[in-house]
Design a protein around this ligand. Structure first.
Ligand SMILES: Cc1ncc(COP(=O)(O)O)c(C=O)c1O
Length: 353
């Protein structure tokens, strides 16, 4: 039977909150009251296949033609729509491990036959073309990766992604790169991997780096013909987007840099205390990264679920169990929401360790 629910998403919605909530993945919430003058809102609009000004804003942001843009409800909606369009039941799909759980759940929901390939802690969670080459078969239809990597925030450079593209092309497969965290590379931000070749499909949104998750402004980038197929698939799923959301999303795009800078400051002070914590703390190890809003901590010899249960019960602090990413020996902490909360959460982790 196909998957019809996500254990991770249910946990995130019902179990992840705590007074010191380190189970977050993106930055904090940006309030509407600080957006500045609001656009003239309207309920209905000309958006059968997307609202043109929003498609243009996304296209300009990503350096593509608007015909290559498909809008969707967050990166979640974008991933599902892309999978539903690209994958037939029984198709072989390669997915990194550790991986964001919902990628696997969504693929199982469309009937994919999933093979996992490792991004190992020992290799610094690097995306290694050789590992992908060993996993691919003539039946592979899609390779799915994240950049930045969720959970570790490791950045994959263009040359490696190009190699992954070549490996995919050799068997007629595509590469889906979920770039929802890419703009948390605050300097020398890489261009989207959509520019690396026609086999690339990219998903992203304004949710994780810009603090406007509630707008659900997500998108897929794909070559124009595939983008049209995705819009037709969307006819079966969501039919048309929410127009007031489109209008507000256009307004956010006009102030995107200011939103990004606002959260960058919090992420950077959080990373500083994370680095100090990792320097002085025995019992956990992590691959250090310059960018990103999450870090994946490996618990030296221990039962992560027991540790997190104690952390919650005795110290009112939460983090995401690594089992949701396929790495049960780890747990994930999130930066960029509230510095006092993050610093105190780390202190409490230290106490329980
Ligand atoms: C890699 C990845 N993709 C997609 C999502 C979902 O993002 P959105 O809120 O835009 O649907 C998340 C959320 O944590 C994520 O980590």
């Amino acid at each position: 039977m196909r998957r019809k629910q996500s254990e991770y998403m249910h946990w995130a919605k019902t179990q992840s909150r705590a007074r010191f909530n380190l189970a977050t993945s993106g930055v904090g919430a940006f309030p509407l009251s600080e957006l500045g003058p609001l656009p003239q809102l309207e309920i209905n609009g000309d958006n059968s296949y997307g609202y043109a000004p929003l498609k243009r804003a996304i296209a300009d942001h990503c350096g593509v033609d608007p015909d290559c843009v498909v809008t969707a409800a967050g990166t979640s909606g974008a991933n599902y729509l892309a999978f539903a369009t690209l994958v037939e039941a029984g198709d072989e799909v390669l997915v990194e491990r550790p991986a964001y759980g919902l990628l696997v759940d969504a693929l199982e929901s469309v009937g994919a036959a999933i093979t996992r390939f490792e991004r190992s802690h020992q290799a610094g969670y690097a995306l290694e073309p050789e590992v992908v080459r060993r996993a691919i078969t003539p039946k592979t239809k899609l390779i799915v990766v994240t950049n930045l990597h969720n959970p570790s925030s490791v950045l994959t450079g263009e040359s490696v992604l190009r190699e992954i593209g070549e490996i995919a092309r050799s068997v007629g497969a595509r590469v889906l790169v979920d770039e929802v965290y890419l703009d948390a590379t605050y300097e020398n931000t890489p261009r989207s991997s959509i520019h690396l070749g026609p086999e690339f499909v990219v998903t992203s949104s304004l949710t994780k780096v810009y603090g406007v998750s509630g707008l659900r402004c997500g998108w897929i980038l794909a070559e124009a013909e595939l983008a049209r197929a995705m819009w037709r698939m969307n006819d079966v799923m969501a039919a048309t987007p929410v127009h007031p959301g489109e209008l507000l999303s256009v307004a956010v795009f006009e102030r995107l840099d200011a939103l990004r800078e606002r959260f960058r400051r919090i992420v950077e002070v959080d990373r500083k205390v994370l680095t100090e914590f990792l320097d002085r703390t025995e019992g956990v190890r992590a691959v250090r990264t310059d960018w990103g809003t999450t870090s994946f901590l490996r618990l030296a010899g221990g039962d992560v679920d027991g540790f997190l249960a104690k952390l919650r019960a005795e110290r009112e602090t939460s983090a995401v169990p690594g089992r949701f990413f396929g790495a049960p020996e780890c747990f994930r902490v999130g930066m960029g929401v509230n510095h006092e909360m993050f610093a105190e959460g780390l202190r409490r982790i230290e106490e329980v360790l």
